[in-house]
Design a binder for this molecule. Structure first.
Ligand code: DGL
Length: 266
């Protein structure tokens, strides 16, 4: 048994979709979440900058004595997972990409679309991992850089988002023959319903959820699952934007939590 919290982080509020899944699957687990809302989006930044930001956040989470770190961000996973694991060999660090690829391969998918940020698509990390696991898999990728800033602004369930989805995805879906689509950004589960509404025949894979299955298995295996405790969940952000606060309160209204501003110098 290990009652220490699990550390999560993302460039903003997208990783909250992963925390939501954790609370559903393992309600006794407590979290410390860091959303870098002042510096979002990461997906259009250079790999060096993304690694620098991620290292600052992981240093901070480690200083809070977390038992595991979940990189609830595809962009950071694709750019910094290896370097973070190298820097912190004693703490389990899970990224969102490997568990998602594992599930897609387990399900026997042969034609797979991936939507993600510019950085994740440019890294081709999904394509490489999928084809390494099964050389017959065909992978089609599409960067959708405007999704994250819109979600961070709370522009989610409305006409602007619908038009933006169509702008990026209409041709992508029409020109390529796939029936499975990886939501390769943890912000995207928040617009999954709209995507399904527009493209009903496509089966979605959610990277925010897949990593939690992996975390559950790891914690069980190592006998590190938490028991019911009075520790509160903590949500930190580099800018306490209205939308970060309201989304946190909306998603986790049934749990006791604290929200606080935590800044890093650039
Ligand atoms: N949620 C992050 C991801 O999964 C978004 C990155 C960004 O800020 O662009 O990639």
């Amino acid at each position: 048994m290990d009652n220490r919290p699990i550390g999560f982080f993302d460039s903003g509020l997208g990783g909250l979709t992963s925390v939501q899944e954790l609370h559903e699957q393992l309600p006794n687990e407590k979290v410390i979440y860091y959303g870098d809302t002042a510096r979002t989006p990461y997906g259009s930044k250079s790999p060096e900058t993304i690694r620098k930001f991620a290292t600052q956040i992981v240093d901070y989470l480690v200083s809070k004595d977390v038992k595991m770190i979940i990189i609830a961000c595809n962009t950071v996973t694709s750019m910094a997972l290896d370097s973070l694991r190298e820097k912190y060999p004693d703490i389990p660090i899970l990224g969102v990409i490997e568990p998602t690829v594992k599930k897609v391969i387990e399900d026997g998918c042969k034609k797979v679309g991936v939507i993600a940020t510019k950085a994740t698509i440019a890294s081709n990390v999904y394509g490489e991992h999928l084809r390494e696991a099964d050389s017959d898999v065909e992978v089609y990728s599409c960067a959708c850089p405007a999704f994250v800033p819109l979600v961070e602004e709370g522009i989610i369930d409305n006409k602007i988002m619908e038009l933006t989805i169509k702008y990026y995805m209409d041709e992508f879906v029409k020109d390529n023959d796939f029936n499975n689509l990886i939501l390769g950004c943890t912000h995207y589960p928040l617009i999954a319903e709209q995507i399904t509404h527009l493209y009903p025949g496509i089966n979605l894979y959610n990277s925010s959820a897949e990593v939690i299955r992996e975390a559950k298995e790891y914690l069980k295996q190592k006998d590190m699952l938490a028991e019911n405790s009075t520790i509160k969940d903590r949500y930190y952000a580099s800018d306490l934007s209205e939308n970060f606060i309201s989304m946190t309160k909306l998603l986790f209204k049934d749990r006791e939590s604290k929200i606080k501003l935590v800044e890093f110098s650039n």
